[in-house]
Design a protein around this ligand. Structure first.
Ligand code: HEC
Ligand code: HEC
Length: 290
């Protein structure tokens, strides 16, 4: 009698092989190393003014969304799809990495997406911060280095198989952000002067989602469940908004037609803390984009 392999075994074997392949490829990419800037020569400011400015950026650039208001870190996602993604405690308290990281290493992590061992940070959207200039990145580092210690130990990041699949085949989830940045990444020491330059500089905080031309579309590197970001140019929904309407949307998350913006997608709670002056500069800049 002939022995036959049951048919149902075939898809099971294929699934196991494909999973093993995806696992091995993503593990390999996780160990890729990148070139980076040294930053050791950067002057880290010590004035209270600079530290306050660093705090303002830490809030308005959304670092607080993942690392917490006081830098204690958080588990940003946990579920069957994502596994567990943890943004570390940045303070020198128990469970924190504050004592282990120099200012240079901090800057390298958030603007180049490269960790001290030269591999990519996981998930952290470094491309959103790489346009910050020297004055701003050093202010952020100065603020982080003097954060009061907070004890919080968090479970480490675990990359689930579904998210590895999502990353490899759907190109919507960015596991290794350093791969998308050209290294080493030039750090600008230009300071915006005119109102329009200041507005454009502030708008770089929107570019990661609304696109570098502010023309909207699918957001790179986020799970496929996210909505698209609308255009912020004069062909988009904000074209005929008044400054007041714009400020209300950014501070209260409500648009003129009564739509509530979901802060999980559109981080208005962070941007709402921009000063009146900054929101005005941003608004006026966006109004110039035909
Ligand atoms: C969307 C969530 C998110 C945001 C926003 C975010 N981070 Fe992170 N950050 C992470 C995650 C996740 C890690 C852990 C990366 C890893 O384990 O490889 C991390 C790691 C870090 C590290 C440590 C890297 C290392 O050396 O191990 C620093 C420093 C840091 N972030 C600073 C910042 C700063 C400053 C900002 C704002 C300008 C910021 N982060 C915004 C998620 C985020
Ligand atoms: C993390 C991604 C992200 C960032 C960063 C971001 N946005 Fe958004 N934004 C979105 C998404 C997604 C939507 C659509 C929300 C929805 O459809 O519920 C949105 C919607 C909006 C709207 C509402 C438009 C309408 O439909 O009426 C405005 C205004 C807006 N964003 C302005 C900004 C500005 C200004 C910045 C920068 C300071 C910014 N956003 C940064 C993701 C983002």
């Amino acid at each position: 009698m002939k022995r036959r392999i049951p048919v149902f075994i075939i898809p099971v074997v294929v699934a196991i092989l494909v999973s093993a392949y995806v696992f091995l490829i993503t593990e390999r990419q996780r160990s890729f190393t990148f070139e980076f800037n040294e930053y050791e020569n950067l002057q880290i400011p010590t004035s209270q003014e600079a530290i306050d400015h660093g705090r303002h950026l830490f809030v308005t650039r959304g670092c607080v969304d993942c690392h917490g208001d006081d830098g204690r870190g958080s588990v940003i996602q946990e579920g069957w799809f994502t596994g567990r993604i943890t943004a570390p405690n940045l303070t020198s308290g128990k469970g924190g990495i504050g004592d282990e990281r120099s200012a240079a290493e901090i800057i390298r992590a958030f603007r180049e997406g490269v960790k001290p061992d030269s591999t990519s940070v996981l998930f952290m959207p470094a491309h959103k911060f790489s346009s910050l200039n020297e004055a701003d990145v050093t202010a952020i580092a100065a603020y982080i280095k003097q954060m009061p210690a907070v004890d919080q130990e968090l479970e480490p990041t675990v990359l689930s198989l579904p998210i590895r699949f999502g990353y490899m085949f759907m190109h919507r989830v960015e596991l290794f952000p350093a791969r998308n940045l050209r290294h080493p990444l030039e750090l600008s020491n230009e300071i915006p002067v005119t109102d329009l330059e200041k507005g454009a500089y502030l708008a770089s905080a929107c570019a990661g989602c609304h696109g570098y031309g502010m023309d909207g579309g699918p957001i790179p590197g986020v799970p496929p469940t996210w909505p698209e970001a609308p255009s912020l140019r004069q062909d988009g929904p904000t074209a005929d908004w008044s400054l007041e309407a714009f400020v209300t949307a950014m501070r209260q998350g409500v648009t003129p037609d009564g739509q509530h913006l979901d802060e999980d997608y559109m981080p208005w709670t962070a941007f709402g803390k921009l000063s009146d002056e900054e929101l005005k500069l941003l608004y006026e800049y966006l109004q110039t984009l035909e």
